[in-house]
Design a protein around this ligand. Structure first.
Ligand code: NDP
Ligand code: MG
Length: 392
């Protein structure tokens, strides 16, 4: 592999069976001589986990659902790969001290494992935005204290990271996150009312897990990303903007005080930002399609429509208010999206459930991970109660 130091790096992937986890394993599989896989984790996909662990020659495979340990042991028998199960075992795997850890669990369920990796130090590639949204200051402080290198995987934040002059943050005036607008960007509220989970998950530009695909369709994803960006880059909340850019070619932009705007462009393939974090501070080859601007022809931009996509406004308000609000927004959204994917509430109810949960729950700002998780649990309870009122 070009451009990487010769020493082998040990890697752990939290959420190895998901969309980001698989893309990470694809890159590692193409560079077996450069990486040693320490641990892979999943929640319930035993076959996916065991298969990936054997292909990657991992030392350890951890399944979150403890009831599945016998099946995992079975699937790994004779391979020499250690099997473990349970939430605590995932946290232990994160603590093992890999040189590089991919945090790609979906939802706030990833918070304790990513905190364990950050406290241990090393490089943490962060895809799990829900953890940072819920526990932003606590997570970034943990990284500072341990000296961990926190690298954003989310394509927008990875783009900003590549363009942002970290030595001179005062020279940056504005950050613009691009949003594809999702599959319903041209639909009216009325047309969005009856959309099915299958329609919502069919993203026009990116192939992703179900939850983030629904978030992209509501624009909640962009809202969570505003909060994520605020925690990663040292600017005030008003310095972050969103622009709809349907082609997903420009992944985000950084404007400097002199009027210069730096952007990162590329094909919409998560292996590009993942490769950036794997090779950092070097660069590595990827098999990704090269950007062909002549073929694309033109790039379009427009203002996001907060009336059709109220989730973005809710997230903006949660960012301004701070404290527990982002964790509540995230928890309520996770509950509402799970219900929608399970053919429960309607698509447009998702933002309403988040709005109602935010309105009825106003605890003090959480000061520790335990307190964040208490807020998260209480917000989920309330969001589930509210969700029930939408089911009749
Ligand atoms: P997927 O749903 O495809 O994968 C989620 C992974 O997390 C799986 O490995 C899953 O295991 C595991 N998991 C789910 N629930 C739990 C739990 N309770 N405890 C432990 N592990 C769990 O998601 P994505 O890969 O799409 O997304 C992962 C994260 O990355 C999300 O936070 C998302 O917002 C972010 N992200 C994703 C992008 C993408 O392109 N997909 C782009 C930018 C950010 P199992 O398979 O066994 O259920
Ligand atoms: Mg993104």
């Amino acid at each position: 592999m070009d451009g990487l130091n010769s020493a082998k790096r040990s890697v752990t992937i939290l959420g190895a069976t998901g969309s980001v986890g698989k893309s990470t394993l694809d890159l590692i599989g193409r560079n077996r001589d450069r990486f040693d896989v320490l641990a892979l984790t999943a929640h319930s996909d035993v076959r996916g986990l065991a298969g990936a662990a054997m292909r990657a020659d991992a030392a350890l495979a951890v399944i979150g659902d403890e009831r599945l340990l016998p099946q995992l042991k079975d699937a790994l028998s004779g391979s020499g790969i250690e099997a473990a199960a349970g939430e605590a075992a995932i946290v232990e795997a994160a603590e093992e001290g890999a040189d590089w850890t991919m945090a790609a669990i979906v939802g706030c369920a990833g918070l304790r494992p990513v905190m364990a990796a950050l406290r241990r130090g090393g490089t943490v590639a962060l895809a799990n935005k829900e953890a940072l949204v819920s526990a932003g200051e606590i997570m970034t402080r943990a990284a500072e204290e341990s000296g961990a290198t926190l690298l954003p995987v989310d394509s927008e934040h990875n783009a900003i990271f590549q363009c942002f002059d970290r030595a001179r943050p005062g020279s940056v005036r504005r950050i613009t996150l691009t949003a594809s607008g999702g599959p319903f960007r041209d639909r009216s509220r009325e047309e969005m009312n009856g959309v099915t989970p299958a329609e919502a998950v069919a993203h026009p530009n990116w192939a992703m897990g179900a939850k983030i695909s629904v978030d992209s369709a509501t624009l909640m994803n962009k809202g969570l990303e505003l909060i994520e960006a605020y925690h990663l880059f040292p600017l005030g909340p008003e310095a972050f903007d969103v622009v709809v850019h349907p082609q997903s070619v420009i992944h985000s932009m950084v404007e400097y005080v002199d009027g210069s705007v730096l952007a990162q462009l590329g094909s919409p393939d998560m292996r590009i930002p993942i490769a950036y974090t794997l090779a950092y501070p070097e660069r590595m080859e990827t098999p990704c399609e090269r950007l062909d601007l002549v073929r694309i022809g033109s790039l379009d931009f427009r203002e996001p429509d907060l009336e059709r996509f109220p989730a973005l406004g809710l997230a903006r308000a949660a960012l301004r208010e701070g404290g527990a609000k982002p964790a509540i927004l995230n928890a309520a959204n996770e509950v509402a999206v799970a219900s929608f994917l399970d053919s429960g509430v309607a698509f447009l109810d998702i933002a309403e459930i988040a709005r109602e949960t935010l309105a009825c729950y106003d605890p003090p700002a959480p000061a520790s991970i335990d307190e964040v998780l208490e807020v998260d649990q209480e917000a989920r309870r309330r969001a589930r109660d509210i969700t029930r009122t939408y089911l009749n």
